[in-house]
Ligand binder design. Structure first.
Ligand SMILES: [Zn+2]
Length: 473
């Protein structure tokens, strides 16, 4: 990402300056990041998995909590991509490839890459690069960021574009980037240490990435391309870590479950089943038998064998008390009930789980889905409005509300809810279209009609604002 930003060679000397030394405000950065996120959500690689998403954000906030006096918001999101990469965008948005999560051999290793990315954000490296390059117009930066994202899995493309723009500046660009890399390593390492991870995870993972890179020669994993790893960087890290006391850190159950879930989605369903089965047979648990059985159940479910998956889950549940518990096990248990035609059974599991894990989004979504499956749309509607009182800007819940209203044949409400979902996803034009349909639905009372009218005025105003913003040069 950093390497990919075309820099003008005007400022050729590496000058890190102060993190505040940029004419781009944090609000502007957030705005740019949000616009790019709207594009990413429509990318085929966008992994719509609330459990993986929740896990990454919990891990991210554990690290970010150690940032001094930071009011920076972070949003981490998974992308379904086998390359080993993670990247920070303006405004605290951090993309994490599933390939990276699967390649990490411990949670500390994964945390080390996230800590590095979080440090790029807190040190405002992107804003500083963009200000320096004179690319501070919102529209050009958004266009640029989108182009970079397109090249995300094809780093050659990004490098190619940068090279064409400024062939002579490439070496300086690299030097410039290395300073940022060193700073992100140094600050990331301290975040890692303060949040009680094993700091050796950082050098171990980076060394492994470098070895991996050598193997692949010119097809180095993405992370090496966008965050150049140098021998210098590695020895820098080694020196910092050397005299620190050894710390044994146990991986969280969630880390292992997330990896098992992602592994179960890879390759063919049959291959995934075979892999988990052979791991069980050879008793190769690499940490947790529970996670391997969970992975097998996920793979069996994917292979259309819900009953076999449930038998696996029963064995898993006997291990559960010793190894701890996770909401991910509950959502899988409920899904398996539902897949076998027992929606009431799924509802029972999820209602009980919601009491224990009230903040778990996957449980809230699952419950609504199961209530719809059980043909209880009125109960679904109640669950949704309770939820939206707290999570007002949850696009997915608004979309579920639209679906529920559609089941109930309430057209005005259906289009109104869908409009909210679109607006939250940054699709204002689609939202306006839905509100126009709501106006024409003709099945609302006076109060509901005027609510729709007011919302339509508000969205039109926002759309105008967006257009003016894009015109500013
Ligand atoms: Zn980096």
């Amino acid at each position: 990402m950093l390497l990919a930003l075309p820099l003008r060679a005007a400022d050729s000397l590496p000058d890190l300056g102060e993190s505040s030394q940029t004419d781009m405000s944090p609000a502007m950065e957030r705005r740019i990041g949000t616009s790019v996120m709207h594009e990413i959500r429509r990318d085929p690689a966008w992994l719509d998995d609330p459990e993986v998403y929740a896990y990454l954000n919990r891990l991210g906030s554990r690290l970010a909590a150690e940032v001094d006096e930071s009011r920076q918001e972070f949003e981490l999101f998974p992308l379904s991509d086998p390359t080993l990469n993670a990247f920070a965008m303006p405004g605290g948005f951090i993309g994490v490839h599933t390939g990276l999560i699967l390649a990490a051999e411990s949670e500390s290793e994964l945390a080390s890459v996230l800590a590095h990315e979080i440090s790029h954000v807190t040190q405002r490296h992107l804003a500083r690069l963009m200000s320096k390059s004179g690319q501070s117009q919102l529209s050009s930066i958004v266009g640029l960021a989108v182009a970079i994202l397109a090249a995300r899995s094809n780093p050659d493309l990004a490098i190619g574009a940068a090279a064409a723009g400024q062939a002579a500046g490439i070496q300086q660009q690299l030097n410039y980037t290395r300073d940022f890399e060193r700073e992100a390593d140094r600050i990331g390492l301290s975040l890692l240490e303060r949040s009680n991870f094993d700091i050796r995870g950082m050098s171990a993972f980076f060394e492994r990435l470098q070895k991996f890179g050598r193997l692949y020669e010119n097809n180095a994993p993405g992370y090496l391309r966008t965050h150049p790893l140098t021998t210098e960087r590695l020895s820098d890290l080694g020196n910092r870590i050397q005299n620190r006391p050894y710390r044994q850190v146990v991986d969280s159950l969630e880390f292992q479950l997330v990896r098992a879930k992602l592994r179960a989605q890879q390759g063919t369903a049959r291959d995934a089943v075979t892999e988990f089965e052979s791991r069980l047979k050879d008793r190769k648990f690499a940490g947790s038998e529970l996670a391997v059985r969970y992975g097998l159940a996920q793979a069996l479910l994917r292979d259309g064998k819900a009953a076999a998956a449930e038998r696996e889950l029963a064995t898993l549940l006997r291990l559960k008390t010793a190894a701890g518990n996770s909401p991910m096990i509950e959502t899988l248990a409920a899904l398996l009930r539902q897949k076998q035609g027992d929606a009431p059974g799924a509802i029972k599991i999820l209602r009980a789980a919601q009491v224990r894990y009230p903040q778990e989004r996957a449980i809230a979504y699952g419950l609504v889905e199961s209530l719809l499956e059980a043909r209880q749309p009125q109960d679904a509607l109640r669950a949704i409005s309770d939820d939206l009182m707290i999570y007002t800007s949850d696009a997915r819940m608004h979309a579920l509300q639209a679906r529920t209203y559609s089941v109930l044949g309430q057209r005005l409400q259906q289009h109104r809810a869908q409009a909210e979902a679109y607006a939250l996803e940054g699709q204002l034009s689609a939202a306006i279209e839905q509100l126009t349909l709501a106006q024409k639905a003709g099945d609302g009372n006076f109060y509901e009609q005027s609510q729709v009218d007011a919302r339509l005025r508000e969205f039109n105003r926002r759309l105008d604002e967006e257009k003016t913003l894009k015109k500013v040069r």
